[in-house]
Design a protein. Structure first.
Length: 211
């Protein structure tokens, strides 16, 4: 894949600084409360510690995406596309997110999609995780987050879509500023693996063989 321009690198650095600074603020704030107020009680301590852990996990995901982008652009990120059933990919991602966000409801179906896709399971999984995380912010509870696999418009791809189960045709636009790093990561995966970004929350991947 082509190397990013100097302007693209500067934009990515700016995005990363923003994405790390945002969760760092509650980490510093609540850590200071826990340090300076040892008598706040177990309930508040657990609450604040949970916020710190969640913010730290967000920073870790940002660093993970950045390292993935760097590896793909430098040619260190190996891509091994293989034939995988769409239902398997959907089940893997939704099982992960049901464990990660047990209070949310997730659903998946393959619709009219050909069963077998040609994908790198690791990279497509990480890209889909970005889309699912975006969807959980765009559609708060009680919305059901849906992941679908349907036939692509040309018949030679499978379109993987994340959205609201009850309103799948009304996907709100993802703000360019709200998750620029996630967008850059998904774009890098698509470029390196031969997929196409069909929409903010959609990826077209090739089918393993014509059907």
């Amino acid at each position: 894949m082509s190397r990013p321009s100097a302007d693209e690198l500067l934009e990515l650095i700016s995005v990363l600084a923003h994405d790390l600074r945002t969760p760092l603020t509650p980490v510093k704030g609540y850590a200071e409360i826990l340090r300076s107020r040892p008598g706040i009680g177990p309930a508040k301590t657990e609450q604040y510690a949970g916020i710190v852990v969640e913010a730290a996990a967000r920073m870790e995901r940002s660093v993970d995406m950045l390292s993935g982008i760097a590896a793909l652009h430098a040619g260190r990120g190996q891509v091994r596309n293989e034939a995988v059933d769409a239902a398997v990919i959907i089940a893997e991602r939704l099982d992960l997110w049901r464990g990660r966000l047990p209070a949310r409801t997730f659903a998946g179906h393959t619709g009219s999609a050909p069963g077998v896709m040609l994908v790198d399971r690791g990279w497509i999984g990480r890209a889909l995780d970005v889309l699912i995380e975006q969807a959980t912010r765009l559609w708060p509870p009680p919305a059901v987050i849906s992941m679908r696999a349907v036939a692509g418009p040309a018949g030679d791809t499978v379109r993987l879509t994340v959205g609201d189960l009850m309103d799948e045709d009304a996907a709100p636009a993802v703000s360019r500023d709200s998750d620029a790093l996630g967008r850059a990561f998904v774009n890098a995966v698509c470029d390196a693996c031969g997929y196409q970004r069909a929409g903010d929350l959609e990826i077209d991947v090739p089918i393993a063989a014509p059907v």
